[in-house]
Design a protein. Structure first.
Length: 219
């Protein structure tokens, strides 16, 4: 029992001694570091302020020349679809007028009525096809443009060592009900920024320059 009590007592003393030694070692290390930091020519990590930029995406899309070209192409495609639909509608109107002049129950009328139903189904099917195809083209082209714009912003961020680039929104506040107004307020992400952090024009200029080089318009 005495031996056991003696061992426990010694272990307690050893713990205290090690604790004191560790404290002294930490203090010495801290003092050495402090002295080293004060020495002339001592290395120190360079520090700089947070570099932030903002981009007005609506403005970028509005002034990007590729967007204008793509819009014109899609509108032309839409006009072509609409022309075919209008021609089919005129054909149906003309056929219906012919049917109205035929005797009820006649074979000629029955035949034209069947043709009318068939052409009407073809019109509905084509209209759905045109709408679906056009929507897909709009979605694909807008997604492609968005990816391209984001890539340009990312390139600028890496090249010029930005820490953060924020999307800027300038919603139209005129018109609409209270719910629409609340939505517009909710999507506004930047409430204030100085002109010095706005890189919108830089993004537009870079995109248009690359597009011009690709299409040969810059030559």
């Amino acid at each position: 029992m005495k031996l056991e009590k003696s061992c426990k007592k010694n272990r307690g003393k050893i713990k205290v001694v090690f604790g004191v030694i560790a404290s002294i070692a930490c203090l010495c290390l801290f003092s050495l570091n402090a002295v080293h930091a004060k020495e002339p020519g001592a290395a120190s990590s360079p520090s700089r302020g947070l570099k932030v930029g903002v981009v007005d995406l609506n403005n970028v899309f509005e002034k990007y020349e590729k967007r204008k070209t793509s819009d014109a192409q899609l509108k032309e495609q839409e006009k072509q679809y609409q022309k075919i639909i209008n021609d089919k509608k005129k054909e149906l109107v003309s056929l219906n007028e012919k049917i109205q002049l035929l005797d009820l129950g006649s074979e000629a009328r029955k035949k034209d009525e069947e043709a009318f139903e068939k052409k009407n189904m073809e019109l509905e099917s084509y209209a759905k096809f045109a709408e679906k195809n056009l929507m897909k083209k709009y979605k694909d082209y807008f997604g492609s443009l968005y990816t391209e714009v984001c890539k340009e912003v990312e390139d600028i961020g890496k090249r010029e060592q930005y820490d953060l680039i924020i999307k800027k929104e300038e919603p139209e506040m005129q018109g609409g009900g209270i719910s629409e107004l609340q939505f517009k307020v909710g999507i506004k992400t930047v409430l204030y920024h100085s002109d010095s952090v706005d890189i919108t024009n830089q993004v537009i200029d870079n995109l248009n320059k690359k597009y011009s080089e690709t299409t040969g318009k810059g030559k």
